[in-house]
Design a protein. Structure first.
Length: 162
């Protein structure tokens, strides 16, 4: 039998606190509107979003090829490209921006920002030649793609719908 030491007890407490936090966060996300965002976008924004998605998908595939070849410089370049692209942001007029903000939930915007930050972290890990961290960050990126699609792009990816 496991002896309940002070440390295991602390672990248990931390873990239950985490569970509670995750449950609350889950509840909050559910309270926000979780549905495909595309139908609510203006045709211009929808077009920009799709272009951005296709370009980051292309870059992500190339990152995989560079990762399995140990080409740190190429990974750094591609990840930086994803980070800097922000096609959506760069091609938006202030009016488009207003349209976007009124069409998508805040959670969508923060997921997009978090995703772009991840690509910057991946680029940094590649510049530093840290392979283990590159693999971890790339994994997190794939999770970020899928998580956002499962919430906001189930019209395009119905297999991700729960
Ligand atoms: C913040 C949310 C979000 C993140 C993060 C995200 N996507 Fe998307 N993605 C969307 C939405 C919304 C659509 C649906 C666009 C539409 O159908 O108009 C989409 C659509 C796509 C499409 C289909 C484009 C098309 O022309 O039909 C591809 C491919 C794609 N995403 C790839 C990716 C990849 C690869 C990643 C991660 C490296 C990623 N996405 C991360 C929200 C996101």
């Amino acid at each position: 039998m496991m002896r309940v030491t002070a440390r295991t007890f602390r672990n248990l407490v931390t873990r239950s606190a985490l569970t509670v936090a995750v449950t609350i966060a889950g509840g909050l996300a559910a309270a926000q509107e979780v549905k495909p965002v595309s139908p609510d976008l203006t045709p211009k924004l929808r077009d920009l979003l799709r272009k951005e998605m296709l370009s980051i998908e292309g870059a992500s595939k190339d990152i995989l090829s560079a990762l399995i070849a140990g080409d740190d410089a190429r990974v750094a370049e591609l990840a930086q490209q994803i980070h800097d692209s922000f096609i959506l942001q760069q091609s938006m007029t202030p009016e488009d921006r207003e349209d976007l903000m009124s069409a998508v939930p805040e959670d969508f915007v923060s997921r997009d920002q978090a995703f772009h930050e991840l690509s910057a972290t991946l680029s940094k890990a590649a510049r530093e030649g840290d392979r283990a961290q590159q693999h971890a960050e790339f994994g997190r990126m794939v999770e970020a793609c899928t998580a956002c699609h499962a919430l906001y792009a189930t019209d395009r990816f119905p297999d991700l719908a729960e």
